[in-house]
Design a protein around this ligand. Sequence first.
Ligand code: PLP
Length: 379
Amino acid sequence: MVSTRFKEIVPSPTVSLNNKFSELKEKGENAISFGVGEPDATTPEDVIEFAARKAKEGKTHYTSSMGIKELRVRIAEKYSRMTNKDIAQDDVIITPAKFALNMAVQAVIEPGERVLIQDPSFVSYTEIIKIAGGVPVYFPSREDGSPDIEAVKELIDHRTRMIMINSPSNPHGWVASKEDMRAITDVALDKDLYVASDEIYEMIIYEGTHISPLSYPGMEERTFVINGFSKSHAMTGWRLGYLISPPGFTHYIDAFQQQTITCAPSISQYAALRAMDNTEFPEKMRLTFKRRRDLLYSILSKSSGLEIKKPAGTFYSFPRLRNGMSGEEFSVKLLEEKRVLVTPGSGFGPSGVDRVRISFALSEDNLEEGARRIVEFLG
Ligand code: PLP
């Protein structure tokens, strides 16, 4: 019998539509996917070559459970520069980003305690919190995508331990301003909460600049930073990211890592070390995404059936449907009738019910054709 704990984990909400899309592709149909959650580029050549060289040199064994020292030092230096604080390499552990999220939550949550997450937010947050025995609680966003701080304050009670923030945000594309982040950190300091800051889209920003809550006074005692190389360097398959924890946590987090995944993949760690030197690739990709964002907007904004804004970051747009359909209904029909896949917004939180997520991590030709079909479908 499958355990109750396992039965309660909700699988990815997009599976059935993705399967349908794959069937259409297998039949040779000209189907276009706006569902992709990863850059369409291949990992930069220099990163692949460096990792391959390291593999040939025999770096194919377990590494230290915390990760290779060179990489941890580089990450500590990066965050020390970014935050103007002295971030210790001992507080950095190398691990896949999604595992970093899991460890950050499990490190602080007692059974039944609450973690505040933004509505809308990344589909995995609710399940990660539930796996940790916690209770996810959505807080609303304002129209511009920023957290509704007054509502956040009202939701906090004695069971609330953590607030999760994702700037730039998947799926909304919101990028926190200094004031937004100050408001969030003020609440965390005032109400004695931990902040888990998922900064995985840090390098994909078109308007604004990246700011980590870790930069704010006093936040070094209560911030977990989750980051990685998946989105910045098109490295999703390498499964490589990192977690920076407040002092006093890493010893326990390291023990958890030792008893679960042992260490992050050795070759991927060397790939990441090289990626840290490659700043050209993320910048080139950012400019490509910016062009596609503008192209998508220029086509979709012509339709009165959608309310669409240009996202300030990430490669996602999160328009609201104006034709009375739910995101779910729209996505099913759009795939059936126009062979175009988008992601229903409901999986990202209650506010996503009448929205869909449209990823622009696809070629410009496909993007143009797919967007044209969406406009046609909306009539
Ligand atoms: N956080 C957010 C907001 C994401 O969108 C994703 C992946 O889509 C992740 C974390 C997980 O990243 P990784 O695949 O590197 O574990």
